[in-house]
Design a protein around this ligand. Sequence first.
Ligand code: DQA
Length: 151
Amino acid sequence: MKKILVLNGPNLNLLGTREPEQYGRTTLADVEAMCREAGERLGYEVECFQSNWEGALLDKIQEYGRLYKEGKALGCVFNAGAFTHTSVALHDCIKGVDGLPVIECHVSNVHAREEFRHKSWISPVAAGIVIGFGVQGYLVALDALVRTRAT
Ligand code: DQA
């Protein structure tokens, strides 16, 4: 069974309690369980990984770049949190692994928020973008990945 990575960056471990008016009350554990279940229904094994460390996210994307080349992974759903707006390293990494489809996902509508959230270093190298549908966006992104990339 091919794998899909659901990757979450800094502070997303606080989903459910962090600014609930912005991000809702669903926890990351709930989101990950929803994604695993949806993946199973679609015929994929979903691996979930969260880190507050940029380097750990880079390592995970590189690992999936290798799995993708070996035909063992379909792609990645990625909420980079605040690193979205700052990380040239994540941009270069997604570009550098060359091929792995990455769907950028945000719980909130970043374009309806502060100006500094309007810039994304991930968008130019993303296969697609899902923004502003709350935690349901992860499922939309998974579905879109499978619909567009399944072989
Ligand atoms: C976020 C939006 C980012 O601007 C913010 O820094 C986050 C969460 C979202 O899912 O809406 O940490 O990625």
